[in-house]
Design a protein around this ligand. Structure first.
Ligand SMILES: Cc1ncc(COP(=O)(O)O)c(C=O)c1O
Length: 320
């Protein structure tokens, strides 16, 4: 699906017209995958547009850049401010925000240090996926997730998504919505763009970061919600077979939000119906992001309004 253009894109401190945000084919990132990025949601609660966990996303972006020795001229708070300015100037919400830092045009070789660091923040319309009611059928991928000490899984780098693309394409071509990748030791890692949770004997279980998983911000939010709801939480290595005998399972992610899993490899998760713990967590999550319940953890940062554009409740396919 074509991207719906916004008016402006933020580039190294300035808002520029969408069509001017171009790069040279010899930019380092094009050849060597040298980018780090974020995917963020701006929700549309009744009080006006609000960005979900803005500082946490920008901190993860800077952490990813640090791993790759990218010098960034902006602090976390300056990046949050720039994101607000971009969303407010474009006046489009609900939307998806894509900050990206990459190595630009400078040096043709693999050595990254002589290429300039470019920072962009892009936003475009992005609506509700309806994940609250829909469950998905998934498979275990034949592709292994990136191994520790190869590509760092805690950094959200463009290069990691070559592995994600293999997982996602294989799953989709075989008729599944998503693939769950195992880590190098055969334990459950994550999907192409989502973290995985299972419920087994009334405990909520998710893989620890050591199993090559991205420290998902939705994952963190769901762990907090589960804690608030008094649901026992365990971060432990998940053997593949636990996916088949779990009572419930779901994905979390900025695009996926909280998406229930109906079956894995054509084996129903529980009875195949959405389970009570998944429902309780979904209910709480959506109530907070839709402004129906108080934002008790301060997860929503309001965007200063400049336009009075009505909120469109559009449905669009998932992004990473
Ligand atoms: C590989 C991967 N894992 C997990 C997630 C979920 O992370 P978050 O909840 O921060 O979007 C994403 C999405 O960003 C992802 O790409």
């Amino acid at each position: 699906m074509a991207i719906a253009k916004s008016e402006f894109i933020w580039h190294n401190g300035k808002l520029i017209p969408w069509d001017d945000a171009e790069i040279h084919v010899m930019s380092h990132v094009v050849h060597y995958g040298s980018s780090v990025f974020e995917g963020i949601r701006c929700y549309a609660p009744p009080a006006g547009p609000a960005i979900f966990r803005a500082p946490e996303h920008m901190q993860r972006l800077l952490d990813s850049a640090k791993v790759y020795r990218m010098d960034v001229d902006y602090t976390r708070d300056q990046l949050v401010k720039a994101m607000m300015e971009t969303v407010a100037s474009n006046g489009t919400w609900p939307c998806y925000v894509r900050p990206i830092i990459f190595r630009g045009y400078g040096d043709a070789g693999v050595t990254a240090l002589n290429s300039p660091t470019e920072v962009y923040i892009i936003n475009y319309p992005f609506g509700y996926l309806g994940g609250e009611s829909e469950a998905c059928d998934v498979c275990v991928s034949s592709w292994t997730r990136i191994a520790p000490n190869t590509l760092p899984a805690m950094a959200k780098s463009g290069a990691n998504y070559m592995n994600s693309q293999l997982i996602k394409m294989e799953a989709n071509l075989n008729g599944f919505a998503e693939g769950i990748a195992l880590d190098v030791n055969g334990f459950v890692s994550e999907g192409s763009g989502v973290n995985v949770f299972v419920v087994h004997r009334e405990k909520l279980i998710t893989a620890p970061l050591g199993n090559s998983v991205l420290p998902g911000i939705t994952r963190d939010s769901v762990l907090q919600i589960a804690h608030d709801l008094g649901i026992p939480i365990v971060e432990q290595m998940i053997p593949r077979e636990m996916l088949y005998i779990a009572d419930e399972a779901f994905f979390t992610g900025t695009a996926a939000e909280v998406t229930p899993i109906r079956s894995v490899d054509k084996i129903n998760v529980g009875t195949g119906a959405i389970g009570p713990i998944t429902r309780a967590i979904q209910k709480e999550f959506y109530a907070i992001v839709r402004g129906e319940k108080s934002d008790r953890h301060g997860w929503l940062t309001p965007v200063p309004l400049r336009t009075k554009q009505p909120v469109e409740r559009v449905r669009v396919p998932a992004a990473v």
